[in-house]
Design a protein around this ligand. Structure first.
Ligand SMILES: [Fe+2]
Length: 294
C-alpha cells in the first residue's frame, strides 16, 4: 500500500497523470503541482492558512457576476495578467505595446463616424483624441478599427453606475484613407479597482492602495495585422508610477495638452477648458505562418 511523505507526494500526484492524453495539459498541471507543493513546503502552510485560502477563493468565485469578474481582478492585482501579456505579446520595435484588458470591456460598442463624441452627457473634461494607425514601416493603415472605452471623469465605468444600463464613453472609430483617426471623449481620471470584495480585503491586508492611473482603453485591429489590446495613460495622473494592476507602460503615456475655453480642434465652441491627446499606433503584420494556418 503506497504511502507518501512530504517530499514523495509531489511525484506521486504527477505519476497519476501518466495516461493524460493531452500533452500540453499534462505539462501545465505537472508544473502547477510542482510549484504549488513547493510553495506549501516553502511557507510551511498551516491548516488555518489553508482553510483561509480555500474560503478566500470561494469568496472570489461568489463575488463574480455577469458584470463583475473578481478572478480577473485577482489575476490583475497579483501581476499575473500582465505577465501573461508580456510573455505572449512582447514589446517589438516601434509596435504599440499591449496591456491588460481589464474587467470593464463590453463587446458590441457601436461604430461611430470619425470625429464623434463618445462621451455625450458623460461627466468629465472634454478631450479630443487624434493620431494615426500605421504599419511597422510607418505606412498608414486605412480602415483600422479602434474599439474604445473608458470610465468618466470621476473614474466610474458605465457598468458601475447604479441604474445605468446602456453603454457610455464607448464606441468604435475607423481610420480614414490616410490611417487617421479622431474623436472626442473625456480625460479619464484615476480610479480604484473594486475594493468591496475579497480582492479589496487582500489589498488592504497587503498594505497596498487600489488605484489605477487615468487611462483610456482601446483594442486596435485591422485585417492582416495583429490586434492590440492597450491603453493610453494620462501623463500627469496620480498613481502613474504605482498602477494597482501593473499595466502602465511608458510607451503608452500621453501628454494631455490643456487649452482654454474657445474653439475646439474641429471648430466646435467649448465654454470650459479642454484637452487634446495625440498618439500613433503601429501594428505588426500577422506572420505568414499564422496566416496560412488560419
Ligand atoms: Fe480601466
Amino acid at each position: 500500500m503506497p504511502q507518501f511523505d512530504e517530499k514523495s507526494i509531489t511525484q506521486a500526484v504527477i505519476d497519476r497523470m501518466a495516461d493524460c492524453p493531452d500533452a500540453r495539459f499534462k505539462q501545465v498541471m505537472t508544473s502547477l503541482v510542482t510549484h504549488l507543493h513547493d510553495f506549501v513546503r516553502d511557507v510551511k502552510l498551516t491548516e488555518q492558512e489553508w482553510i483561509t485560502a480555500i474560503q478566500f477563493l470561494t469568496s472570489v468565485g461568489k463575488t463574480c457576476t455577469d458584470k463583475r469578474q473578481e478572478f480577473i481582478l485577482l489575476s490583475d492585482t497579483l501581476g499575473v495578467s500582465i505577465l501573461v501579456i508580456s510573455l505572449n505579446h512582447p514589446a517589438q520595435g516601434t509596435s504599440v505595446e499591449s496591456t491588460v484588458l481589464g474587467p470593464y470591456y463590453w463587446e458590441g460598442a457601436p461604430e461611430l463616424p470619425l470625429g464623434s463624441n463618445l462621451a455625450e452627457g458623460v461627466k468629465g473634461e472634454p478631450t479630443f483624441y487624434s493620431g494615426r494607425v500605421l504599419d511597422a514601416a510607418g505606412s498608414p493603415i486605412a480602415g483600422a478599427v479602434l474599439d474604445i472605452w473608458s470610465g468618466d471623469g470621476e473614474g466610474n465605468y458605465d457598468m458601475q453606475l447604479p441604474g445605468e444600463t446602456g453603454m457610455r464613453a464607448r464606441g468604435k472609430i475607423r481610420t480614414d484613407a490616410e490611417g487617421r483617426y479622431w474623436f472626442r471623449s473625456i480625460r479619464p481620471s484615476c480610479y480604484p479597482v473594486p475594493t468591496d470584495g475579497p480582492v479589496g480585503e487582500m489589498l488592504r491586508a497587503m498594505g497596498r492602495h487600489p488605484y489605477r492611473p487615468g487611462h483610456i482603453h482601446m483594442i486596435v485591429s485591422a485585417p492582416g495585422y495583429e490586434s492590440v489590446t492597450t491603453h493610453l495613460f494620462v501623463a500627469d495622473s496620480p498613481y502613474i508610477d504605482s498602477d494597482a494592476v501593473f499595466g502602465m507602460k511608458e510607451s503608452l503615456v500621453v501628454k494631455f495638452e490643456r487649452s482654454p475655453p474657445g474653439r475646439g480642434p474641429s471648430g466646435e465652441r467649448l465654454d470650459v477648458p479642454y484637452y487634446t491627446a495625440q498618439f500613433d499606433f503601429r501594428l505588426r503584420k500577422v506572420p505568414e505562418r499564422t496566416r496560412q494556418a488560419a
